[in-house]
Structure formats: structure tokens, C-alpha cells
Design a binder for this molecule. Structure first.
Ligand SMILES: Nc1nc2c(c(=O)[nH]1)N[C@H]1C(S)=C(S)[C@@H](COP(=O)(O)OP(=O)(O)OC[C@H]3O[C@@H](n4cnc5c(=O)[nH]c(N)nc54)[C@H](O)[C@@H]3O)O[C@H]1N2
Ligand SMILES: Nc1nc2c(c(=O)[nH]1)N[C@H]1C(S)=C(S)[C@@H](COP(=O)(O)OP(=O)(O)OC[C@H]3O[C@@H](n4cnc5c(=O)[nH]c(N)nc54)[C@H](O)[C@@H]3O)O[C@H]1N2
Ligand SMILES: [Mo]
Length: 816
């Protein structure tokens, strides 16, 4: 196996660290962003591009899913949004010459930073079996290869189709249709590693897997708890909203193991006040919690509210509880039995402080809880988030102004992708609607999520992998296992804008399909197309790129999927009655021949496998549509979405002229809860928190300020005072000493995890510099994706299956 890349490009002697910054954003941030933009795009293109971000006639920022304010500023961009845009709008190119000059073996030695720096992909490439280099291939041939690989499968479940969250609603909807038309629900996505725990907890308790607040609610909240989130880096535009809330009198409590700069103080570069007066103090209270202690914190809030209620009364919203909820009695009894000493042990926070938070909640007229990965990537994340819901339900903090649940999404359209069907466990209601719309029968059996897909690839039951964006190899846990799993697949296909590790650690054969990004002009069918996206608060709007694409050769994601559908399902342009019909020859996996073959010669794998997809009612059980027409006019795809997904009425009209379509949200709009009993549900959750074995540390893997997930912009983490390198591990100074290490020492990180068989497994990440940092005792932090090698594939959250990226037991080891 090739050497693991990351150590190669990094000169550890250059790493520097200084004090943590106390203020986020401000003028230096804007200058830094402009410098990166100019490097990648030149001055003219930078200004043209950056002025169009998140404007009503512009494109949706590919940076994050935080919503736009209705009254947009001239330049509604933030430093990290500008970096995301520059990364995509770069003038550097990766074409056939590049691949001729660099062998696969050589490319494997580079890290994600170097690969990303090479520029935009410009033409389809294929890696033949055993070849040393990718070679160019025409679009027709590339798509033909993919279609025949799909046809050659014995069972559609041998194929896996991953999606990252930048894909537009239109492309995502067609993509899931392709996959379901083939006969599988194997649609893992980045959400499985991201907010899946939020979706699981919220669907069960309030009947919708999304948050319940609008941007106006944030502005009007009386109290905002921001837990497990670093908005200064990952959602910088959220700081403006927090600042506004603050000016309206809100209190902000930051709950985090780390004193993140963005939460402490914010200089808004778009106001004089921000630039000239040292910014706004954001957090009124910083609760330095231990990793994984948040379930205890929210139980403590509940406990405090219930105690004051029984002593003085006037705390709970009895009318709301009676009318809209169930399970209150059981919850309040269970909470009464939890001891303060255990809540203190779990959080590492004194009872006095826990009560202070409880008091802030009690006296608040409207409370919002915002959270991100710090709350979703633990073993007990779903229970933790159910307890967040419990705490808010007590005072009726759902479905009224300034109050509610606010999971802050990551990728700019990750929420929209789910809405339009990217989900391995689709609802029957969705599938029924899809069946009706496209006159076929979608499979009902659930598919693989991300971790299950990796297991199946590892075990040899997957022969085809396709990634619609993203960087599966670097983003997923247990890097060595994933690399081997990927190499175990016959054909891997990546639809991508930029080169990444998933192109160089690939299947026996591999295809790269370069595609348009958000900033690129998308001309199809003789006119400029727009796409649409949904932000973190359920608001859908259009996005239209204006820049000349990096190459005339590029196809949009929509065009790629539409052409695959046409190849695999086949269509005749028009039949006698004018409607579209499938061609009656060898189309798709499910033609008669394949079904017969599967029934006659059962392979050993099939005998042990779970029940087969039910045989289709007619031999050509494929979705029926005029694929060429959909490719030529994306509005036709939106018309289909409108017919299948509730809430998209008048889709086209409502997103016109910069308009916004607000998707219905029962809990927020009308306090209706589509749960098993039609009520918001209090739940009883046994208190859990990580126990750290002696001499070990609990490691969280997180983002630096200079990265977008696996895309590394640079080697600095300005707000945390780290410069020039990413292989650092942040440890409390007292732990460094107690464990017998020295500051700046280069160590190995070794993770220890007890597998289901009771055997302790070890995984190693080499050469990390020890940096003394203000993290709680026993807790450490290091960057993802360098540390993904430490996260065991089978260490996942209960219920949601999310890898436990914020909870990895490690020991430090001296080198030599
Ligand atoms: N510039 C930029 N923007 C991005 C991204 C990016 O990589 N770069 N990624 C996008 C994506 S996909 C996502 S999902 C979001 C991610 O946004 P975040 O969730 O903010 O990202 P992380 O860096 O994982 O940060 C986790 C935060 O939670 C804290 N934390 C960790 N464990 C715990 C815990 O147990 N309890 C509490 N209370 N806090 C904890 C960490 O100290 C850190 O502040 O950002 C999106 N936006
Ligand atoms: N240890 C650890 N692991 C984690 C996390 C963590 O906190 N810790 N976070 C998890 C989270 S929250 C997430 S969301 C995942 C992210 O996982 P992914 O979404 O798979 O990863 P990204 O790095 O965002 O993907 C970047 C690639 O997407 C491609 N791309 C960019 N824009 C476009 C586009 O418009 N179209 C297409 N087709 N391709 C495009 C580019 O080629 C680029 O190289 O990682 C997860 N992994
Ligand atoms: Mo994410």
C-alpha cells in the first residue's frame, strides 16, 4: 500500500503557536480573504465574483448553510466564504497534461492541500486496470463505461452512490431517481457523518428532522445557547446575526471545551462600529464543558427549571405541555432522580455554574439552542439532543417568536439534498409519490449509510461506487480501512470540481467526471440555467453562477445524471400518444435477462444476503421521463420536485427574481408535531458521558480556520494562534506535564478502542506537535482529516450511526 500522504508536504519545524485570539473577523480577516482570492483568481475576477455571493441575482455561497438576511449587504461574504469561492473560481487547471505528467503513485504521496491547490478539473479522465496514469476519455465513452458497469451488476445493491452537500436540489433529485430506478436505496451522504444525530433526535421528538427557527427568530431571541459550534470559523455570517440579537438585548451563552474566538468577541467588518470600536462582546457566559458533557448540561437545565417550579411555580408553560406534548411526567421523575454530583462530574462544570445557566434559561422569555458538530459526533449524541429538546419543551420554547431549535448545517445544500430524496432510509410517503410521478416502483428496502457502505465495500459486496461531489476517502473515518475498501471496488466514479484524494485512492478502474460549481455559468439547451438550494432554516432560493466555466468541456451535475438516466433507462423521444416510454431493449439492471440470471444462478453471496429487492411488476420497471428535456430545462425538474415533495407549490414562481420559498415547518408554523402520537415528545434518556481511562486523553477532531472539510486552504489556524502546520495536538498544559511530555515535543497519537469482540484495537497517527492549550483536563483536539486514521469505523453514535469524531480515546507516545 502507498505511504500515507500527510507527513510528506509538511515541514514541522515551521509550526508556530502563540496565544489564542480573543476577537474574530474584523479587517485582517477581510484582507486575508482578498489576498487568497487574488492569488487564485486575479483582482478583476475576484471583485466580480465576490460581489455576487449571496446577492439576489447571484449565486449561493458554497461555504456554509447559514441563511442570508433579507436585506443583503453590498458584499454579503465572509472571509471563509470568500476562500470557498476563490477555491472554486481559481484560474489554475488540471487537464490531460497534468495527469500525463503525474502518475497515480506520485499523486498518492501528496496531501489534500497539495491536490486541491492544483486547480479545477477540466476533462473526463479514466484510469484503466493496472494503468500508471489516468488518460483522457470522451464524455460519451465515459458515461457509456459507467452505464455498462451498472448493467453488469448482478444486483443493484452492489452499487453505492454517495452525495456531498453542495449538490443542487435539481441534480440531487435526478440522482436519487437514477439510483432508485436502478433498484437500490444505497444513497449514503455527508449528512451521515454530520447532522444525522440531529435528524434522528428531532424526527422522533418533534416530527421533523430540521430546526424550528427562522433568521428573525435568532434576531429576536432573549437567550441564545451556542453549544458545540465554532461559528467564527465555520459560519462567520452567523456572527452578524448574533450581534444583532445582542443589540436587541439577547444574552448569549457559549458552551464549548475551547474558548473559540468567534464566540467571545466579534468585529463586524461591515459596520463602522465593528471596525472602529473593537467589536461586540458576544458571549456573556462561557461554559467550558468537557467533551461529551452536554447531555448532562441540558439535564441540569431541566432539573433546575423543575426544582424552581416545584418551589416557587411560574416556570413551566403548563398550557403548552398539556396541549402539545406527551411524556412530561416520566421525564420530570427521571430528572428528579439524577444527582447534581453526577451532572457536575459529567460536565466538569461546578454546580453553581450549571445553576447559573439554568437561571438564564428560567428568566429568558424566548430561548434558542444552536449547535453543530460538537453535539452530533458522540456515541450518545441522539440522547444528548433529545435532552436539548426536553429542556426547551418545558417552557414552550418551540413554535413561538425568538425561540426554538437551531441545528446549524454544514454544507450549503446538505439540507436540500435530504429534502429532495438523498437518504438511505426514505419514507414510504416519499417513495409512493416518486412511483406515481415516474410510473415505476422504487425499492422499499433501506440502503447503506456511509459507515455501512464502507463495511460493504471492505467485505467485497460492492462493485460500483459513485461520488456526487465530496471526498469520500478523506472525509470518512478509519482512513486505512477506507482506502483498502475503495481499492476493493471494480469501478469508482467521482463527479468533482477539484482534484482530491478520492481520485488517487480509487477502484480497480476509476473515472473522473469534471463538473460545474456554483460560481460557473451553466448554459444548457441554449439558455442559462439556474439551480436552487435550501439553507439551514428551510428557505429555498435560486442560485446562478456568472463566471465563464474553466472549460467548455464541463457538464453540469444535472447534465451528467440526466445522460446517465437516458443511457441506463432509455427513452424514445415521443411515442404514439405523445408520452414518453422506455425503450424495450436491454435497459438497466432490471431487464428480464438479468432478473432471470439472478434467479437461476444464485451466487453464494446472494444466499446469505438479506431478501432480494422484490421483482418488479413488469420487466421494464424504470422511471419514465424525457431525460433530454430535463437536461435542457431545469425548470422541468423543479416541476417534478413540486409534484413529489410537499411544500414546493409554485416552486418556479416563488424562487423567481431572488424570491424565497419557505418550506412548511409544522413545529415552527403551527405547533403541529408529526410524531407517533402527534405531540412533541418528552423523552427519558439515561445520562451518558465519556469515561477517560487513566493516562489517556479524549480527542476531538475538528476544523482549522484555513480549511473547508477536506479542502485545505492553508496551514494556519489564526484564531487559535497556530501557524505553519496542521499536525498539532492541543492538550491542557497540566496534562502535558502529568503524562510526562514536553510542550513542542513531536509525538504519535495512538487511539485505543474496544471492539465488539472485547479486543482492544489500536490505530496510529504519526508525528504531531504537542501544543499547550486551554482545553479541559483530559481533553485534546487535533485537525480532521489528518486524524481520521484514528477514528474506528465501528465507533458510531447510537441510533444515527454517525462516526464519533469528537470522542476518540488516545494516548500520546514519545517517538524513538
Ligand atoms: N470555513 C469552513 N466553514 C465550514 C466548514 C469548514 O470546514 N470550513 N465545514 C462545514 C461543515 S460540513 C460543517 S458540518 C460545519 C461544522 O461546523 P462546527 O461544528 O463548528 O465544526 P468543528 O470544527 O467540527 O467544530 C466543532 C466545535 O464544537 C466544539 N466541541 C467539540 N466537542 C464538543 C462537545 O462535546 N461539547 C461541546 N459543547 N462542544 C464541543 C469544538 O471545540 C468546536 O468549537 O461547518 C461548515 N462550514
Ligand atoms: N474526523 C472527522 N471526520 C469528519 C468530520 C469531522 O468533524 N471530523 N466532519 C464530517 C462532516 S460534518 C462532513 S459534512 C464530511 C464532509 O465530507 P465531504 O462532503 O465528502 O467532503 P468535502 O471535503 O466537503 O468535499 C470536497 C470535494 O468536493 C468536490 N466539490 C466541491 N464543490 C463541488 C460541486 O459543486 N460539485 C461537485 N460535484 N463536487 C464538488 C471537490 O472535488 C472537493 O475536493 O466530513 C465528515 N468527516
Ligand atoms: Mo458537515
Amino acid at each position: 500500500m502507498a505511504k500515507r500522504a500527510p507527513t510528506v508536504d509538511i515541514d514541522e519545524s515551521k509550526v508556530r503557536h502563540s496565544g489564542t485570539k480573543k476577537v474574530a473577523v474584523g479587517v485582517p480577516a477581510v484582507l486575508h480573504a482578498l489576498q487568497i482570492a487574488n492569488d487564485q483568481m486575479g483582482v478583476g475576477r475576484s471583485i466580480q465574483t465576490l460581489l455576487r455571493v449571496n446577492q439576489k441575482d447571484g449565486f449561493d455561497c458554497p461555504g456554509c448553510a447559514w441563511p442570508e438576511e433579507d436585506k443583503r449587504h453590498i458584499a454579503e461574504f465572509c472571509e471563509n466564504g470568500a476562500k470557498a469561492v476563490a477555491e472554486e473560481a481559481t484560474l489554475r487547471r488540471v487537464g490531460a497534461d497534468f495527469f500525463a505528467a503525474h502518475s497515480l503513485a506520485e499523486l498518492q504521496l501528496h496531501d489534500d492541500w497539495w491536490l486541491g491547490q492544483q486547480g479545477r478539473l477540466t476533462e473526463p479522465m479514466i484510469l484503466d486496470e493496472g494503468a500508471a496514469h489516468y488518460r483522457p476519455i470522451s464524455w460519451d465513452d465515459a458515461l457509456g463505461e459507467i452505464a455498462s458497469a451498472l448493467r453488469a451488476l448482478d444486483d443493484p445493491d452492489e452499487a453505492v452512490f454517495y452525495t456531498s452537500g453542495r449538490t443542487s436540489n435539481e441534480a440531487a433529485f435526478l440522482y436519487q431517481l437514477l439510483v432508485r430506478g436502478l433498484g437500490t436505496n444505497n444513497l449514503p451522504d455527508c449528512s451521515n457523518m454530520c447532522h444525522e444525530s440531529s435528524g434522528s433526535a428531532l424526527t422522533e421528538t418533534i416530527g421533523i428532522g430540521k430546526g424550528t427557527v427562522s433568521i428573525e427568530d435568532v434576531h429576536e431571541a432573549d437567550l441564545l445557547i451556542v453549544a458545540g459550534q465554532n461559528p467564527g470559523t465555520n459560519h462567520p455570517r452567523m456572527l452578524s446575526a448574533l450581534e444583532k440579537a445582542k443589540r436587541n438585548g439577547a444574552t448569549i451563552i457559549a458552551v464549548n471545551p475551547l474558548p473559540e474566538a468567534g464566540l467571545m468577541r466579534f468585529e463586524n467588518p461591515q459596520t463602522v462600529r465593528g471596525v472602529a470600536f473593537g467589536g461586540t462582546k458576544l458571549a456573556d457566559q462561557f461554559v467550558q464543558i468537557r467533551l461529551g458533557g452536554d447531555q448532562a448540561l441540558f439535564q441540569a437545565i431541566g432539573k433546575h427549571l423543575l426544582e424552581v417550579e416545584s418551589r416557587d411555580g411560574g416556570v413551566l408553560d403548563h398550557a403548552f405541555i398539556a396541549e402539545h406534548t406527551s411524556g412530561f411526567e416520566a421525564y420530570s421523575q427521571a430528572i428528579a432522580q439524577t444527582s447534581w454530583s453526577e451532572l457536575v462530574a459529567a460536565t466538569g462544570v461546578p454546580e453553581k455554574t450549571l445553576r447559573r445557566v439554568g437561571e438564564a434559561v428560567r428568566t429568558s422569555k424566548a430561548t434558542i439552542v444552536c449547535w453543530a458538530m460538537g453535539l452530533t459526533q458522540h456515541k450518545h449524541s441522539v440522547a444528548m439532543l433529545r435532552d436539548v429538546v426536553n429542556a426547551l419543551l418545558l417552557q414552550g420554547n418551540i413554535g413561538r417568536r425568538g425561540a426554538g431549535l437551531c441545528p446549524v448545517r454544514g454544507h450549503s445544500n446538505v439540507q436540500g439534498d435530504r429534502t429532495v430524496g438523498i437518504y438511505e432510509k426514505p419514507s414510504v410517503r416519499f417513495l409512493d409519490a416518486l412511483d406515481r410521478e415516474f410510473a415505476f416502483q422504487a425499492p422499499r428496502e433501506h440502503g447503506y449509510d456511509t459507515v455501512q457502505a464502507i463495511r460493504a465495500m471492505r467485505d467485497g459486496s460492492v462493485r460500483f461506487f459513485m461520488g456526487m461531489g465530496g471526498n469520500f476517502v478523506s472525509a470518512t473515518p478509519d482512513t486505512e480501512v477506507v482506502e483498502a475498501a475503495m481499492r476493493n471496488v471494480d469501478l469508482t466514479v467521482q463527479v468533482s470540481t477539484k482534484l482530491n484524494r478520492s481520485h488517487v485512492v480509487a477502484g480497480t478502474r476509476a473515472i473522473i467526471l469534471p463538473t460545474l460549481g456554483r460560481t460557473d455559468r451553466d448554459s444548457r439547451g441554449g439558455k442559462e440555467q439556474r439551480v436552487s438550494v435550501e439553507d439551514s432554516m428551510g428557505a429555498v432560493h435560486s442560485s446562478r453562477g456568472r463566471l465563464a466555466p474553466p472549460s467548455e468541456e464541463l457538464l453540469s451535475e444535472v447534465a451528467i445524471v440526466a445522460r446517465l438516466c437516458a443511457l441506463v433507462f432509455g427513452t424514445v423521444p415521443e411515442s404514439v400518444d405523445g408520452s414518453v416510454r422506455p425503450v424495450a431493449v436491454g435497459t438497466g439492471i432490471r431487464d428480464l435477462e438479468a432478473i432471470d440470471r439472478a434467479q437461476v444462478e444464485r451466487s453464494p453471496r446472494e444466499e446469505t444476503a438479506t431478501p432480494q429487492v422484490p421483482a418488479p411488476e413488469h420487466p421494464l420497471n424504470v422511471p419514465q421521463a424525457d431525460w433530454a428535456a430535463l437536461e435542457a430545462d431545469y425548470a422541468l425538474i423543479r416541476a417534478h420536485i413540486q409534484n413529489v415533495v410537499p411544500g414546493f407549490d409554485d416552486y418556479e414562481k416563488r424562487i423567481d427574481k431572488g424570491g424565497t420559498l419557505f418550506l412548511p415547518n409544522g413545529p415552527r408554523d403551527a405547533r403541529t408535531f408529526a410524531t407517533v402520537d402527534g405531540r412533541a415528545r418528552f423523552t427519558v434518556n439515561v445520562l451518558e458521558y465519556p469515561r477517560i481511562p487513566r493516562g489517556r486523553l479524549l480527542l476531538q477532531t475538528l476544523r482549522s480556520h484555513d480549511q473547508y472539510n477536506t479542502t485545505i486552504y492553508g496551514k494556519d489556524d489564526r484564531y487559535r494562534g497556530i501557524r505553519g502546520g496542521r499536525r498539532v495536538v492541543l492538550v491542557n498544559a497540566k496534562d502535558i506535564q502529568a503524562l510526562g511530555f514536553a510542550e513542542d515535543e513531536i509525538v504519535d497519537l495512538v487511539s485505543e478502542w474496544t471492539g465488539p469482540d472485547g479486543v482492544v484495537q489500536e490505530r496510529r497517527a504519526e508525528e504531531f506537535r504537542v501544543v499547550a492549550y486551554r482545553t479541559p483536563r483530559g481533553n485534546a483536539a487535533a485537525y480532521y482529516p489528518e486524524t481520521n486514521v484514528l477514528v474506528p469505523l465501528d465507533s458510531v453514535a447510537d441510533v444515527s450511526g454517525t462516526p464519533t469524531s469528537k470522542s476518540v480515546v488516545v494516548r500520546l507516545e514519545h517517538r524513538e
